[in-house]
Every structure is written in structure tokens, then in C-alpha cells.
Design a protein around this ligand. Sequence first.
Ligand SMILES: CC(C)(COP(=O)(O)OP(=O)(O)OC[C@H]1O[C@@H](n2cnc3c(N)ncnc32)[C@H](O)[C@@H]1OP(=O)(O)O)[C@@H](O)C(=O)NCCC(=O)NCCS
Length: 142
Amino acid sequence: MMEKQENQVLIREAKHSDVPRFINTIAKAKTIGNCTHREYLRWIVREGFAYVAENKKRPVGFLLAERNSKVGAHVNYVFIHRKYRGKGLGTNLMKTFLMTCKKKGVRYIDLNAKNTALGFYRHFGFKTEGKYAVLYKKLRAN
Ligand SMILES: CC(C)(COP(=O)(O)OP(=O)(O)OC[C@H]1O[C@@H](n2cnc3c(N)ncnc32)[C@H](O)[C@@H]1OP(=O)(O)O)[C@@H](O)C(=O)NCCC(=O)NCCS
């Protein structure tokens, strides 16, 4: 699926050849411990929801989400290259994702957000309350 956006950046479905780039970016961000594995990301590209924002054929952002069940999805990562932030590209990725979820019968979406990104997700109707509680415990180093 391809969608031409007003700002000339194209949102396209991700391919297995995009995986090394996902790994590079996610590894640099050092935020996701459990998804640096190539096979795991290939599984998301194959079975889940994976979109790339492209400017003149160069990827400038992506959205990755797992399909947890027939009716549930979990957003793993949304990333827009620093230079391209604040131009609506995150919105374009999220809208494409939400539209596809609806078409495919997904009824629940959850995610873990950094405090700095809460506003972005609230923009699309994500709320801190939901079907599942997210419990948090900080462990002291020994
Ligand atoms: C968060 C991120 C994906 C947003 O993408 P973006 O293309 O800059 O966002 P958009 O331009 O589409 O913004 C959409 C709306 O959300 C708001 N928004 C964007 N980023 C926000 C943030 N970090 N906090 C609060 N609001 C935010 C914008 O102001 C805009 O609202 P408006 O339409 O009322 O002006 C991008 O900033 C990013 O990649 N950040 C670093 C990685 C990250 O934090 N990812 C989330 C991991 S949990």
C-alpha cells in the first residue's frame, strides 16, 4: 500500500530490507531492549504493521506495531528523523496505521510511551487508562 502525502513524503509498507535500518535506529535510542533481534523485526514486517516515511526514496521515519491477536495491536516504535519532526509525518504514519487497523478488524491498540511523547499519542485519542494497567517498578541496583 502506498499513500502520497501533501508534503511529498510517501508512506509505504516496510520490507524485510528495511530491518537493518530499524535496528540501527532503535539500538542508538537504547530504549527497546527486547526488539533488537532481526527475526523479531522481520516478524513485525511480515505479520504486524510496519510503515516507512520516505522523502525522495530516502527513509526519514517509521512506525512498527505488533499484531498481538485478531483484535489487538501493540505499537513498538514511532520514529521521525530529527530534521523532519513537527511537519506532520508522525501524524501521517499514525493515520495510515490506524486506518489499516480499522480495516483489519483491530479494536484495541496499546503502547508504552516515553513522557516526552505522551502529547503526540494523546493527539490521536490514546489515554492513560485502558483495558490493561501498565505497572511500573523501579529496581534498585545491588
Ligand atoms: C514523537 C514523534 C514520532 C512525532 O512525530 P512528528 O512528525 O514530529 O509529529 P507531527 O508533526 O505529526 O505532530 C502531530 C501532533 O502531535 C504534537 N506532537 C508531536 N510530537 C510531540 C511530543 N513529543 N509531545 C507532545 N506533542 C507532540 C504536535 O505538536 C502535533 O500537534 P498539532 O497538530 O496540534 O500541532 C517524533 O517527534 C519522534 O520521532 N520523536 C523521537 C522518538 C520518539 O519519542 N518516539 C516515540 C517513542 S514512545
